[in-house]
Design a binder for this molecule. Sequence first.
Ligand SMILES: O=P(O)(O)OC[C@H]1O[C@H](O[C@H]2O[C@H](CO)[C@@H](O)[C@H](O)[C@H]2O)[C@H](O)[C@@H](O)[C@@H]1O
Ligand code: MG
Length: 250
Amino acid sequence: MHGHGRSSCSLPEDAFGLALFLDIDGTLLDIAQTPEAVVVPPGLPESLKRLAERLEGALALITGRSIGTVDALFRLPATAVSGLHGAEWRGADGRTATIATTEAFELARRHLRRQTADMPGVVFEDKGAAIAAHYRLAPEREAQVRELMEAIAGPVVDGWELQEGKQVVELRPRGRDKGDALVFFMSETPFRGRRPVAVGDDVTDEAMFAAANRLDGLSVRVGLDGRQSLARGRVRAPSDVRDWLARISA
Ligand SMILES: O=P(O)(O)OC[C@H]1O[C@H](O[C@H]2O[C@H](CO)[C@@H](O)[C@H](O)[C@H]2O)[C@H](O)[C@@H](O)[C@@H]1O
Ligand SMILES: [Mg+2]
């Protein structure tokens, strides 16, 4: 059963014993025209807060955004977060691991900011240790953006890699992915001993799905397009995920 009413049939209706790993854009939040235009629906932060309490802190947001942006969007106290597709993290106890940038990366940041300023419709996103060029407002520039990002990434040889996403090309830290983030959190209190549930919508969520599957957990992809995925369940849209969170947190 997909597409009508409670289409979240692959999501468990009882939170007991679970550890939740939730992607943000396209999973908790509807996709918007630009990164800054996303809307956090009223009620979502409250559902997440209640659920984190119910799970004794075993809820983590695993995202391509930076931890700082996640905090600004959701204003959740003491929530575990992994940002930049697994590269940076903050545990439920507040410990953090961040990425130091290099001179070559800083140069790339300046170049990309300057070059995208001359490309109407292309949005530059500065995420600290990652940078992105979005072409959602100018889809005809896709090839141009890809070419520019390849040129920008060329000299940043160590420590970063190009990442494609939904109408975006990013230069992100290399080495740790969303699957590593899930495995890391699962090795720590309060996640350890629980059953992981990973929910995501995009390419970098596949590593998180693989990790959840390996740990005998659940993996659910948002979106009913025919794209291949390691996720074992599917739901239609972020609103289904939000409705599910509201139900199991009530
Ligand atoms: O891992 P996620 O939490 O899903 O983050 C992935 C990227 O999401 C954002 O970009 C995407 O969402 C934007 C807002 O809806 C949209 O305008 C854009 O086209 C999408 O690619 C975010 O801006 C990136 O930094 C994240 O890596
Ligand atoms: Mg996403």
